[in-house]
Design a binder for this molecule. Structure first.
Ligand code: ADP
Ligand code: MG
Length: 245
């Protein structure tokens, strides 16, 4: 399981995550919502271990092991994988070479590339000249190939056309269900992806702070209807014993 305790994260001198604690149990998927700039990407980059995101306070545990301070590659080997919101272009490395490097035994490149409409992309440099949707599908095939136990999805449906959202959603669901106990953390603005992947719980990040953990569909509905600021107030009311959803 993933356990985050009182995590505070700084980037470029600014605290972007403040005192966040959350747990994802084995087999659970959590949806993470929040306005632009609220720290969602920073949170998952810190879980993955990118060194730009420095941990000021708190700890991260994965399957009972403290991973705070571990390198990204070590965390990847332990079974944590990420689908980036905006991955870099890697000139000189082809998509096929990357998949060969990270794939688990039994992964069928041709078949899966066909399934994700990526056959012609296997021989291209990673993300070089790819459209928004192509980048997302390329990210997804890499995640599928490496088959992590914990998948961190950063806005998997953004830039993906309506026709391909089903494709992306179904592959995400396969990744999360491939092995017993797989876990997921999904950042989304729209919730379109919930037609294909059912999160067990949801949470809201506003201004780097976690404000609510609860039923993901209820949270999404409330945010759509009333906005994030209201959601924070709602939590305040609940604490006073006056629940209103
Ligand atoms: N490399 C960076 N340098 C300076 N500020 C950054 C950097 N990366 C992120 N930030 C800032 O941190 C805040 C949180 O960003 P981010 O985690 O990307 O938010 P979200 O994913 O919720 O939109 C934003 O105000 C953003 O501008
Ligand atoms: Mg982001």
């Amino acid at each position: 399981m993933l356990k985050i305790e009182n995590l505070t994260v700084k980037i470029a001198g600014k605290e972007v995550i403040q005192d966040v604690s959350l747990t994802i149990e084995k087999g659970e998927t959590m949806a993470l919502l929040g306005p632009n700039g609220s720290g969602k990407t920073s949170l998952i980059m810190a879980i993955m271990g990118f060194s730009d995101y420095s941990i000021v306070k708190g700890d991260i545990y994965f399957n009972g092991k403290r991973i705070t301070g571990m390198d990204v590659d070590e965390r990847a080997r332990m079974g944590i994988g990420i689908m980036f919101q905006r991955p870099p272009t890697i000139t000189g490395v082809r998509v096929r070479q990357m998949i060969e490097l990270i794939k688990k035994e039994g992964f069928e490149i041709e078949k899966e590339a066909g399934n994700l409409k990526l056959k012609e992309f296997l021989s291209r440099d990673i993300n070089s000249g790819f459209s928004g949707g192509e980048i997302k599908r390329s990210e997804l095939i890499q995640l599928l190939a490496s088959s992590p136990q914990l998948s961190l999805f950063d806005e998997p449906e953004s830039g993906v056309d309506l026709e391909n959202i089903a494709l992306v959603g179904k592959v995400m669901d396969r990744i999360l269900k491939k092995d017993d106990g797989n876990m997921g953390l999904i950042i989304t603005h729209t919730g379109f992806i919930f037609d294909y992947v059912k999160p067990d719980k949801g949470c809201i990040l506003v201004g780097g702070r976690l404000h609510c953990v609860g039923d993901p569909m209820a949270i999404l509905k409330t945010v759509k209807k009333r906005g994030y600021e209201w959601c924070i107030t709602c939590e305040g009311e609940k604490l006073k014993g006056k629940s209103r959803t």
